[in-house]
Design a protein. Structure first.
Length: 357
C-alpha cells in the first residue's frame, strides 16, 4: 500500500510539472528580501517631514479618486495550497495548509491605487506618509542614485535606503511621477494605505478576500488565469509584470517593463481585476501569522494583533530563483510602517443592504 501511494505521488508531481512553465519538482529559492521593515541602522526614528512644497502637493486636478469596483461574489473556496513543489512556502510563508473559507460578497477595486489618485488624496488632506516622516524609503539598486555612502539592507543589499524618497519621488529626491500618473503608487506603508482607503470611503481587503478575488473561481491553479505562466502566442505571451533575466543583476524587460506597469495593464482575470499578481505587492488588512485555523472559517480577518501586516501578489522584482511569489496563494509579512518601491495597495468595500446584486 505504501509503495502504491509513493508511485501515485511521483506521478502527480510529474504531471503537475509537465502542466506548468515551472519545471523543477521541488522549488527552492534564496531569500528575496521582500520583508524589510525599518531596522536599518540609524534610520529607526521618524524625522520631521520636509517642509518643501512639491508640484505633486500643489498641483490642481479635476480627477476624482474613484476606481471602478468589481463585485466579488461570496461563497466557499479552498484557501492556501498544498502543491508538493511549494513545501517551503507552505511552511515558512504560511501558505498551507489548505482550509475551507466562506466569505460574503464584497467590492474590490479593479486595479491598484494610482499615483494620480493618491495625489488627489494628498492635495485634499495634506497627508504626510511614513516615508516622509522617516525621511527615507527603500529603492531598488537599479533605480537608486549611485552613491556609495547610501545604506543598504544587510540581508538584501539590492535595497538601498535613499533619503527624501517618497511616493512622488520614487527613485530619490531628483525624481518625479510626471510620466507615472497611471502607475501604482509606491513607497506607501500599511498605515498610508489604511488612511487612503478610509478617506475614499472604503477599506483594505482581508487576506481571504484578496485570495478569493485573485483566484476568480479557479481551483488548484498557480496563477489568476491557470497554471501556465505564459501564453502560447509568442508575440504577446506575457500575463504579468515580473523579473526576466538574472536577479538582481539584469532585467531584460521582456514583458515590456523593468519598473512598474500601469495599474490597468495586461489582461484582467476572470473577475475583471488587473495585476492581481506581479507589478506591486499589495497591503491587506490582516496581521501576519503562519499558524492557521484548519477548521472551516467564515469571513476570517486574521489575528487580532501582531508585528507585521500581510502583503499579497508579488511584484515586478519577483523572479522564480528568488521570489516565486507571483501566485494567487503567495504571501509575505512586513512591518506596517515599511515603504519600498514595489509595495502598493487597492481598496475594498462592503456590499450594502440596498445594493443590487
Amino acid at each position: 500500500m505504501r509503495s502504491c501511494l509513493l508511485i501515485l505521488l511521483v506521478v502527480y508531481i510529474c504531471n503537475a510539472t509537465q502542466n506548468s512553465d515551472f519545471t523543477e519538482t521541488l522549488h527552492e529559492e534564496k531569500p528575496c528580501g521582500c520583508s524589510l521593515g525599518r531596522t536599518l541602522s540609524g534610520a529607526t526614528t521618524p524625522s520631521s517631514a520636509s517642509a518643501e512644497t512639491t508640484d505633486a502637493r500643489t498641483a490642481q486636478t479635476n480627477a476624482k479618486a474613484l476606481t471602478l469596483q468589481v463585485l466579488i461574489p461570496g461563497g466557499t473556496f479552498r484557501m492556501g495550497q498544498e502543491d508538493p513543489r511549494l513545501l517551503i512556502h507552505q511552511k515558512r510563508d504560511g501558505e498551507g495548509p489548505k482550509r475551507t473559507v466562506t466569505i460574503r460578497s464584497f467590492y474590490l477595486d479593479e486595479h491598484t491605487v494610482t499615483n494620480a489618485q493618491f495625489q488627489e488624496f494628498v492635495i485634499e488632506t495634506g497627508y504626510i506618509t511614513d516615508a516622509e516622516k522617516y525621511n527615507w524609503s527603500f529603492v531598488f539598486e537599479g533605480f537608486a542614485p549611485k552613491d556609495p555612502d547610501l545604506k543598504v539592507a544587510a540581508a538584501s543589499p539590492w535595497w538601498v535606503a535613499v533619503p527624501l524618497t517618497r511616493w512622488d519621488r520614487p527613485f530619490g529626491p531628483e525624481s518625479n511621477i510626471s510620466n507615472l500618473s497611471d502607475h501604482p503608487v509606491v513607497h506607501v506603508s500599511w498605515f498610508d494605505a489604511y488612511e487612503y482607503c478610509k478617506w475614499s470611503g472604503k477599506r483594505l481587503p482581508t487576506e481571504a478576500e484578496h485570495e478569493r478575488a485573485s483566484k476568480a473561481g479557479l481551483k488548484n491553479k498557480l496563477y489568476p488565469w491557470g497554471n501556465e505562466l505564459h501564453k502560447t502566442n509568442e508575440i504577446d505571451k506575457h500575463r504579468c509584470n515580473i523579473w526576466q533575466g538574472k536577479f538582481p543583476d539584469f532585467n531584460t524587460g521582456e514583458d515590456g517593463y523593468v519598473y512598474t506597469a500601469p495599474s490597468k495593464s495586461f489582461e484582467p482575470n476572470g473577475y475583471g481585476l488587473y495585476n492581481m499578481v506581479g507589478n506591486v505587492w499589495e497591503w491587506v488588512n490582516d496581521w501576519w501569522t503562519v499558524d492557521h485555523d484548519k477548521n472551516p472559517l467564515v469571513d476570517p480577518k486574521g489575528p487580532k494583533t501582531g508585528s507585521q501586516k500581510v502583503q499579497r501578489g508579488g511584484s515586478y522584482l519577483c523572479h522564480d530563483s528568488y521570489c516565486w511569489r507571483y501566485r494567487t496563494t503567495a504571501r509575505i509579512g512586513n512591518e506596517p510602517d515599511t515603504s519600498t518601491g514595489n509595495i502598493g495597495f487597492r481598496c475594498a468595500k462592503d456590499v450594502q443592504i440596498n445594493d443590487e446584486i
